[in-house]
Design a protein around this ligand. Structure first.
Ligand code: FAD
Length: 358
């Protein structure tokens, strides 16, 4: 079947997003192979039709009027595992970009391979993970990725990047910064360690593990992934069918990376020392301040509502669709929060989800 046979018109996008918000796509297609990606993008380029690549829609806010272009959903879902040829004993997983991320994590922990167990329960696709270098509970996906295969839209050819070429940083990569919109990720390769110890140092995980009756023994990878999902669920950060806090895109703001002067200013502004975390590779001498803490200090509480938009009752950083919210409702609440944080601390919060059609 040619591209035309696969194209749908005026396709509602809200059901393809975890917010459950947004108008229709003028054109919509799902690509189940690299050949279909080539064909569909060629169709759009020949006609000058704007293109948007959709994964699981879990980091996305679609405009109420929709998107006047082609939304191409990446549907390649195959996963293959082989032992690395370099004698390291590590296992290379080649995962199709359209594979469900949490399903992939579950497969790796069941296989006894360490490296992504703390990223259990993050919604979306494998192909979405390198885009913002997803991270949680002490792991970032960049440390497990060995290569990313992608279609270069302007060059109309497939390219492969090793991890060092992906520009990974906190919630950032070349795919959402300098090369935004240029590449369609079709496959991600992960290098994982069979029999490796789980990463479980994060305080929330340690607390949950201590209470989970393991009789002092070290948890397995499967158990750590399960603990991560449990902690996520307690914070409304696990998508559960019908959960009141689940129509969200996860964290709506990034944690600001700031210098010591700014930390001092925040402390003076709030009369309290802010909690801080190492900024990692992103900022020598800098620290991360939890955006959730800043938002709370600026006067917002969990469960705050502004019309049909709200703050999750379990996590201050997640904005939610309380039912029938529009994209404008969500952005109005986001603006209210950002303005309050800026007025109080002089810090401009950076949005995490991607906007489409605005
Ligand atoms: C409840 C909840 C909890 C979350 N928790 C976390 C968390 O702990 N840590 C974290 O980092 N994120 C978290 N997120 C955000 C989100 O799940 C991740 O960013 C996820 O990786 C997005 O993947 P996706 O497939 O849904 O991408 P989408 O939302 O479909 O797209 C997001 C962006 O990636 C691009 N993109 C997607 N697939 C491709 C591809 N194949 N090629 C090129 N570009 C592509 C899109 O064009 C868009 O710009 C959470 C979200 C929710 C709803």
């Amino acid at each position: 079947m040619g591209v035309e046979g696969k194209l749908e018109q005026n396709k509602p996008l809200a059901p393809f997003t975890t917010f459950g918000i947004g108008g229709p796509a003028r054109w919509f297609a799902e690509a189940g192979s690299e050949a279909e990606i080539v064909a569909a993008t060629g169709w759009a380029q020949e006609r000058g039709v704007p293109l948007f690549v959709l994964g699981g829609g879990s980091n996305l806010l679609v405009a109420d009027r929709g998107f006047d272009g082609l939304v191409l959903k990446v549907g390649m879902r195959g996963i293959a595992a082989t032992t690395a040829r370099d004698g390291s004993g590590q296992v290379i997983y080649e995962a199709g970009a359209g594979a469900d991320w949490d399903g992939f994590v579950e497969r790796t922990v069941q296989d006894g391979c360490a490296g992504v167990e703390c990223l259990a329960g993050i919604p979306g696709t494998v192909g979405g993970t390198p885009v913002q270098n997803v991270g949680a509970y002490g792991q970032e996906v960049s440390s497990a990725i060995s290569a990313v295969r992608a279609f270069d839209l302007p060059g109309r050819s497939f390219v492969a990047f090793i991890a060092d070429e992906c520009g990974f940083a906190y919630r950032r990569s070349r795919f959402n910064s300098v090369d935004r919109g240029r590449f369609i990720v079709t496959q991600v390769d992960f290098r994982l360690t069979p029999g490796g110890a789980p990463t479980a140092g994060y305080p929330d995980l340690q607390r949950e593990i201590a209470q989970s009756g393991l009789d002092g023994r070290e948890p397995t990878l499967v158990e750590v992934a399960a603990v991560v999902r449990k902690v996520r669920q307690s914070k409304g950060m696990l998508l559960v069918e019908g959960g009141p806090d689940c129509r969200s895109a996860g964290s709506f703001f990034k944690n600001p990376v700031v210098d010591a002067d700014t930390v001092r200013r925040i402390a003076e502004g709030s009369g309290k020392e802010p909690p801080t975390y190492p900024a990692g590779a992103d900022g020598a001498g800098k620290v991360k301040v939890p955006a959730a803490w800043l938002i709370e200090q600026a006067g917002f509480t969990k469960g705050f509502a502004l019309g049909a938009a709200g703050i999750s009752s379990r996590h201050t950083l997640a904005l939610i669709n309380r039912g029938g919210a529009t994209a404008s409702d969500i952005l109005a609440l986001a603006a209210r929060i950002s303005e309050a944080v800026e007025a109080r601390f002089g810090i401009e919060l950076e949005r995490e989800p991607v906007l489409l059609g605005f």
